[in-house]
Design a binder for this molecule. Structure first.
Ligand SMILES: CC(C)(COP(=O)(O)OP(=O)(O)OC[C@H]1O[C@@H](n2cnc3c(N)ncnc32)[C@H](O)[C@@H]1OP(=O)(O)O)[C@@H](O)C(=O)NCCC(=O)NCCS
Length: 154
C-alpha cells in the first residue's frame, strides 16, 4: 500500500484518460494536448501509483519565465489522503531542480479543495503563494479562474 510518484509514460495513457474523464471538475484535454505535455515537459508530468494502479497525476508546461502547473487530479475514492499534496510537492521540487523561480496556476473560485491544497503546500515549503489577476472567460467559453503565483524560495 505504498504510494509511488513516478514519471508519466505513454503506456499509462489509457489509465490517465479514464481518471481525467472521471472528474467533472477539470478540463478534459484531448490526447494531442496531453501528448504535447508529455513530449515537451516530461519531467513535469508525474503520476501517483497505489498498488500498481494510477490514482492521480499532475502535469505542467515550462513558460518563458517559469512553469504553469496545468492540471492535478486525484481519483475520487482516494481524495483527502495526502496524495494531492504528494503530487504537488513532487511537481514543485521538480520545478525547483530546473531552476524555476515561479510556478503559476489557475483555480476556479469555488474549488476549495484545490485552493486549500496549494495554500498548505506553499506553507509547508515556506514558499510564497499569492493571487495575481484572473484568466477572463475567453469569449465566454471557459470559467473565469483566479491566477496564483507560487514563488520558489531556497
Ligand atoms: C484538488 C485535489 C487534487 C486535492 O487532492 P487530495 O489528494 O484530495 O488532497 P490532499 O489529501 O493531499 O489534501 C491536501 C490539503 O488540501 C486540502 N483539501 C483537500 N481536499 C479538500 C476539500 N475537499 N475541501 C477543503 N480542503 C481540502 C486540505 O487542507 C488538505 O490538507 P490537510 O489534510 O492538512 O487538511 C483533489 O480534490 C482533486 O483531484 N479534485 C478534482 C480535480 C481538481 O479540482 N483539480 C484541481 C484543478 S486542476
Amino acid at each position: 500500500m505504498t504510494l509511488k510518484i513516478t514519471p508519466f509514460s505513454q503506456d499509462m495513457a489509457a489509465e490517465l484518460l479514464a481518471l481525467m474523464h472521471s472528474s467533472d471538475t477539470i478540463d478534459h484535454h484531448n490526447s494531442y494536448t496531453l501528448w504535447q505535455a508529455a513530449q515537451f515537459d516530461g519531467d513535469l508530468f508525474l503520476t501517483a501509483q497505489l498498488n500498481g494502479q494510477m490514482v492521480g497525476y499532475i502535469f505542467g508546461r515550462q513558460t518563458s519565465n517559469g512553469v504553469l502547473l496545468w492540471q492535478i487530479c486525484v481519483a475520487k475514492s482516494q481524495q483527502n489522503k495526502g496524495i494531492g499534496m504528494s503530487l504537488a510537492t513532487a511537481f514543485c521540487k521538480a520545478a525547483q531542480v530546473k531552476g524555476i523561480e515561479q510556478i503559476q496556476l489557475t483555480i476556479t473560485p469555488d474549488n476549495q479543495a484545490s485552493k486549500s491544497l496549494f495554500t498548505q503546500l506553499a506553507d509547508h515549503l515556506g514558499w510564497n503563494f499569492e493571487q495575481q489577476g484572473v484568466t477572463g472567460t475567453f469569449a465566454n467559453t471557459m470559467k473565469n479562474e483566479d491566477i496564483y503565483i507560487i514563488t520558489v524560495l531556497d
